[in-house]
Design a protein around this ligand. Structure first.
Ligand SMILES: [Fe+2]
Length: 258
């Protein structure tokens, strides 16, 4: 049973994955939280946040928050699968060892924590996921490159082409799409200013939003889950909406029933 939730931001929003929160949202969906096998975080997972040594076993944090989180997540009875966001240390992510999972490659943080690769298509418990990720930080001027801002938050042209090639090979129908920021139609669910064309155009200045919107027009799918906007609109509209923005709420995916 896959549980999908929003940004955890290192220690700031770890309560997303607390037993109390999981129990609440699972019971509201008529399920036992002990059945969770994978918890997916829709970007801004934020571990590792600080640079630290990495080897084939994963990360070896030297800062207490990262170390605490690693130990906390490693005790969870399910695996954590992180989508890449904008507040993620891409310099560290690029150093993580690649390991086999779901018949594809994922990036290992620890035995219990993995990053899903951007632009990959995974079969997770018989559900086909197209994984995107990334977002443009709107507060770049207050951030410091390679300290709390990473250039890789925006996709390269090569990455986009590789993703499109993968879709061409696989086909344009998947069960779910997961990303950090949304496609513009998804963002408009939480940003009423999207009704205004100039505001809509402003959101489209983020190249990640433009790419997601291009993918949205190409694909057929059941639901598109995304984080970044820090809104739980998607939980309350999970049955009728195909766009599911999430923050602290979680939605269960284990059967095609919404
Ligand atoms: Fe965030």
């Amino acid at each position: 049973m896959i549980y999908i939730t929003g940004d955890t931001h290192n220690t700031i929003d770890i309560s997303n994955l607390s037993a109390k929160n999981l129990k609440k949202y699972c019971s509201w969906q008529g399920r036992n939280f002990k059945s969770i096998t994978y918890a997916m975080v829709l970007g801004d997972f934020g571990l590792p946040w600080y640079d630290c040594p990495v080897d084939e076993k994963g990360i070896h944090p030297e800062k207490k928050d990262d170390l605490y989180l690693l130990q906390w997540y490693n005790k969870k009875p399910f695996k954590i699968l992180a989508v890449m966001g904008n507040h993620d240390n891409y310099n560290m992510i690029e150093k993580l060892p690649e390991v086999d999972m779901f018949g594809k490659k994922v990036l290992k943080v620890s035995d219990n924590i993995f990053y899903l690769k951007r632009g990959e298509i995974y079969n997770i418990e018989e559900n086909i996921f197209l994984v995107l990720g990334g977002a443009q930080s709107y507060d770049k001027e207050w951030r410091k490159l390679n300290l709390n801002l990473w250039a890789q938050e925006e996709w390269t042209v090569e990455e986009e082409l590789a993703c499109l090639k993968r879709i061409e090979n696989y086909g344009t129908n998947v069960d779910y799409i997961v990303s950090h920021t949304g496609p513009i139609e998804g963002i408009s669910c939480v940003e009423s200013s999207c009704d205004d064309e100039s505001c809509r155009n402003a959101f489209m200045k983020d190249p990640n939003v433009r790419f997601n919107t291009k993918i949205d027009k190409m694909m057929t799918y059941e639901k598109w889950f995304f984080g970044h906007w820090h809104r739980d609109w998607g939980y309350n509209h999970r049955k009728e909406s195909k766009y599911i923005p999430l923050y602290s709420a979680g939605v269960i995916v284990d059967e095609r029933k919404f």
